[in-house]
Every structure is written in C-alpha cells, then in structure tokens.
Design a protein. Structure first.
Length: 381
C-alpha cells in the first residue's frame, strides 16, 4: 500500500534524487554494498561492472574491486555481478533449484548425461578456478564426445549455466571468464519471499519509480509486483513527476542536497539506464536509440547537465566520446576533465567525434543459441 502522494518533482529534481540513491553523487559505500543496493550489476560486457563501481564505490581499485562478488545469471535471465553473500537471494528469486535431470531441453543435453558430467566439472573446479576451455579439455580427456561438448559448453550457457542456476558453480566477476565453486553453500529461500525482497530493495534504491519500471527491471509481471508489495505490506510512498505517480521506500534527499552534477559517466549496461522502463528522467526520446539500440547493446553513456548527450568508450589509454550532436567547447572541456578524473591516476587521452565517424555496433552473435531462445532474440550471456 502507498501513502498519499507527496509534492511534485521536476524532471531534473527526480534525476538528482535518483543519482543520489544509486551512489552516483557521493562515493560513500563499498563495492559489495553498491552491488547489493543496485540488485547486482549487469555484465554483458565484462568491464561493465568494473566501471559501474569505479563511478560509485569508495573502496574501488582496478585490482581488487571484485572481492566478495560473484557472477551469475540473475533477473531477466541476464548475467549479473552480485555479492557472494546474496547468492541465495538471487538464485531463489529465479527458483532454479530442481535436479539437473530436469534441465531445460533446449541445450540438447541428454538428461542421463547431465549429472555425470556435472560431477566431472565440479571435481575440476574443486582445486581452483577454471576457464571454459580448461573445463572443456578436462571433459574431453574424461571421454566426452565432440557432439556433447558442443552442447554442454554452448556459448549461451549450456550445462555450465544450469549448474550456476543451481548454485553448484559461479562465474568469477572479473574479465577472465573463469568458474569456481561458491564460497559457501546456497541458502535457499521460498521464491516469493526472495522476489518480495528484491521488489522492496528496488523501491529503496531505484525509487521513485513506477510499478511498470520495477516489473521491467526484474522481469516480473506488473500484477506480480503489485501483489508482492501488497502481501509484504511495503510502506510505499508516492510523489509525482510530470503528472506520473512514482513510488519509493525510505527517505529521499531534498532536491537541494541532490543537485545534478555537470557530467556523469555511466558504464555500459549501467543500472541507471536499465532500471527504468521509462527513461525520460535522463534520456530524451530522440536519443533513446543512441543509448540502447536494436542490436541489444546499452552503451556507456555521458550525462551532461542531466541529459544523455554522448557515448564513451575506452581503448587502452584513449577515451573516445561520440557526440549525439555537436557539443560546445565548454561541454567538451567538462566531459574531458571528468573522463580524466574518472580514470585517475591512470592518464588517458580524450578524443571527440560525431556519430557519422563512429563504427556501427556489432550485434550479439546468436548462431550458437538454442532455437527456443533464438526465436525470442536471446536472454543468455
């Protein structure tokens, strides 16, 4: 249930409050706490969680940001970095605790083979983290046929995904693409209890937002979000922005305490972009295809004076900023200065270019995707 609607916020005030709640105004929390508050960090690009934490966490270092974190398939069936201590929460919300013999048939793995080869994989990782190719070689050495290897190690998940879904394996959160055993056994919760916890956390850290925003982010139905909130007796409060009612939990900072900075750099697949079905608090409608496109990519984005105005990409010591439209000299100087501070103490060169000079994005390769997922456009790694 919700309290009576509070005062209206302007779009700029709403963005300021959102940036504060998502740790983008003050770096005052640990990497693990940020990952917890944001319900994980989407990791389609392995560098995304690192840069999301670079922008937010007080204890971020390029070498140690992943301590206490693991990578799994979480809400919406997408891969996320989450705190290891909350592995059970995220897995329980997806309710994948059945035996491997019941795994989805889309991978083409015979049910009587799944448990046998899961034992081989578990034995291999028990002595330390292993990459996909190392595990494939171990299975080949143990007699797995090439036909089955292609299915067990399907690039969109296969048996490794099924084992991760059941808490038997986890991905390491860095860029090395290695698997390991969970640091402790999974503490399973009833599915609806776990989902209600995620809904409550969403409105604490992503609110003010609509039920539709929450449902889109978590991959639930709107009616399910409403029912989970009702049964949990979440003390949701309401305010309005542009005539739209938005719900939230807890206390909000005042607009004067949450002023939008001149420039914010967002990671690829950043939770600030992914967290809302309606992204008008930070992206103009005409620029939506420039931030998230039909190839399924959510670009690393530059917010300038509270609006998405460009994309950025780092390659080595060069940061390239692709302008949606020509930026003023003042805007370019502000963005370049922010980029240099963002990567400090490393020294980077910042270059600007127009969209016509940028290469077309590469879509995700779906050739190896099982037919059922390929028909839906894919929801794996």
């Amino acid at each position: 249930m919700t309290a009576p609607a509070g005062p209206a916020l302007t779009r700029a005030e709403l963005l300021g409050v959102t940036l504060e709640r998502q740790h983008l105004l003050r770096r005052d929390a640990s990497c693990a706490q940020v990952a917890s508050d944001l319900l994980g960090l989407q990791a389609q690009f392995p560098t995304g969680p690192r840069d999301a934490l670079r922008a937010r966490a007080a204890d971020f270092t390029p070498e140690g940001w992943e301590r206490g974190l693991v990578k799994i398939w979480s809400h919406r069936g997408t891969i996320h970095v989450v705190p290891a201590r909350e592995l059970g929460l995220h897995l329980s919300a997806r309710d994948n605790r059945g035996p491997l013999a019941d795994l989805w048939g889309g991978w083409g793995i015979p049910a009587d083979e799944a448990a046998r080869w899961a034992d081989v994989i578990r034995a291999e990782v028990s002595s330390g983290p292993r990459g996909r190719e190392e595990l494939k070689e171990a299975c080949r050495a143990a007699g797995m046929s090439e036909w089955l290897l292609a299915r067990v190690f399907n690039g969109w998940g296969g048996l490794l995904k099924e084992m991760c879904d059941r808490g038997e394996l986890v991905y390491e959160p860095g860029t090395d693409r290695r698997f390991s055993v969970p640091p402790e056994p999974v503490d399973w919760l009833p599915r609806d209890e776990a989902r209600a916890e995620l809904v409550g956390r969403y409105f604490e850290c992503y609110g003010p937002a609509t039920l539709q925003d929450c449902a889109s982010f978590l991959g639930y139905r709107v009616t399910e979000v409403a029912e989970l909130a009702r049964r949990s007796a979440l003390p949701l409060r309401e305010l309005t922005c542009g005539g739209v009612e938005l719900a939230y939990l807890g206390e909000l900072p005042s607009p004067s305490e949450a002023r939008v900075p001149g420039c914010v750099l967002l990671a690829p697949f950043d939770q600030l972009v992914l967290g809302y079905r309606d992204r008008s608090r930070l992206i103009d409608e005409r620029d939506l295809p420039r931030v998230t496109n039909r190839a399924g990519i959510v670009f690393a984005t530059v917010l300038y004076r509270g609006r998405a105005r460009a994309r950025w990409r780092r390659e080595g010591r060069r940061v390239t900023v692709t302008e949606f439209r020509p930026l003023s000299d003042t805007a370019c100087a502000t963005i370049a200065g922010r980029a240099r501070r963002f990567f400090s103490p490393e020294r980077v060169e910042v270059l600007f270019r127009g969209e016509k000079d940028a290469p077309a994005p590469r879509p995700f390769d779906t050739d190896g995707l099982p037919s059922e997922l390929r028909a839906r456009g894919g929801d794996g790694e």
